[in-house]
Design a protein around this ligand. Structure first.
Ligand code: PMP
Length: 403
């Protein structure tokens, strides 16, 4: 038996996808022309699937800050936060994130993925129970596994189901931690946070919220969905990432809990990995300053989302959620979705191909994400190209609206 035999099904599925066109798992961005355009497979392509929500990856202030930090502090810290990897920049960023989020303390992690691993596995242990929304991101799933806690999944965005499960699992001798996301990354739907927070409060549980896709976009100050829905006081822990609105890489967790910083000596994915490099930290600090100074970026992403959503709806594409930073189109089956994804790429539009088992409820999606940096001209072009795709799908007699 070969060591890779266990991946036979995976390999067959990948080969099938490759037979239909480009490799969605190994697509090279060959050159970039700002945050929203690139060369892919030799073709000038508009990017509509990047999570670059505020378009800050090419912001001149962020680039300058990164270059200056690189010269002053070098290319990497070569160590973890608990050894040689804590620089002034990490501490300053933590203070700035805490102030931005309106919390007592913040901890910075090397990636958003590790922020979830560290926070979840640091907060919950084998005697505890985690109640998690069934549309969980892989980093939440892995954090739950690492914690050793009992894991109870509740129906997606269903506070009544959460209520029932909390009722049935009192967890004597342990704590109960509820985990949800502010904006769900696949379908782009928003958590029913007010109801979920009320349920957790009634049961005396803790609530952790992942604002990876919502920070910088939702709320008056851009703190996320909890701010937008006016329920920040009920959220015990918030996790976020630097890889989306902030245009870099890394993650964070914030809390008002007086003993929150104990995670620094308890959470293994914080302790046993190298800290984010100085240039990354500097770009994130500059990006955070941009979010504070330029609320028009938020206005712009919402205006762009409305326009793209309306344009796609007019073409009869089945959109999974109301206008927002994530606009996912449901298609009826895998073949149609793979065809549509490849066709869009040929037409010069990049979106995300999202297929089961990576999608909730086994749906097939073209996942589009909007940027504040998309220009009106880019949006017009994108919609023209989607119109071409819609006409072709109709000619192929493939219904574009999923049931
Ligand atoms: N949480 C959610 C909900 C995510 O979608 C992601 C990444 N897509 C992460 C956490 C992990 O963030 P990162 O990619 O910055 O590691």
């Amino acid at each position: 038996m070969d060591i890779f035999d266990k991946y036979e099904t995976l390999a067959a599925r990948r080969a099938e996808l490759l037979g239909a066109g480009a490799d969605p798992f190994d697509l090279e961005i060959e050159e970039l022309f700002g945050p929203c355009e690139a060369t892919i497979r030799g073709r000038r392509t508009i990017l509509l699937g990047t999570n670059n929500y505020l378009g800050l990856t090419f912001d001149p202030a962020c680039i300058e800050a990164g270059c200056a930090a690189l010269r002053r502090f070098g290319t990497g810290t070569t160590g973890s936060r608990i050894a040689n990897g804590t620089y002034g920049g990490h501490k300053a960023l933590e203070a700035e994130i805490a102030a931005f989020m309106g919390r007592r303390a913040a901890i910075v992690f090397t990636t958003g993925y590790q922020a979830n691993l560290a926070t979840i596995a640091g907060l919950a242990g084998p005697k505890d129970t985690i109640f998690v929304d069934s549309d969980w991101h892989a980093s939440i799933f892995d954090g739950c596994r690492l914690s050793g806690a009992t894991v109870v999944r509740f129906r997606h965005n269903d506070p009544d189901d959460l209520d029932r499960r909390l009722e049935r699992n009192p967890t004597p001798g342990g704590i109960r931690l509820v985990i949800v996301e502010g904006l769900y990354s696949m379908l782009g739907d928003v958590a029913r946070l007010a109801e979920i927070a009320a349920v957790k409060k009634r049961h005396g549980a803790f609530l952790l919220l992942d604002e990876a896709h919502s920070m910088g976009v939702f709320g008056e100050r851009g703190r996320g969905v909890a701010e937008a829905l006016g329920v920040e006081a009920e959220i015990d822990f918030i996790v976020g990432t630097f890889s989306k609105s902030l245009g870099a890489i890394g993650g964070f967790a914030v809390s008002d809990h007086p003993r929150f910083e104990l995670l620094r000596v308890a959470a293994r994915p914080y302790m046993f990995t190298a800290s984010p490099g100085p240039a990354t930290i500097a770009t994130v600090r500059a990006a955070l300053a941009q979010i504070v100074a330029r609320p028009e970026l938020r206005a712009r992403i919402w205006a762009n989302a409305e326009r793209i959503h309306a344009g796609l709806a007019a073409l009869n594409f089945a959109l999974a959620a109301p206008p927002g930073p994530i606009l996912s189109i449901r298609l009826p089956d895998e073949r149609t979705t793979v065809f549509a994804w490849n066709r869009l790429l040929e037409l010069g539009v990049y979106v995300n191909l999202a297929l089961p088992p990576g999608t909730p409820g086994g749906v097939c999606l073209l996942r589009c994400s909007v940027s504040a940096a998309h220009t009106d001209a880019q949006i017009d072009t994108v919609l023209e190209r989607f119109a071409t795709l819609a006409a072709e799908l109709q000619r192929l007699a493939a219904p574009i609206a999923a049931e």
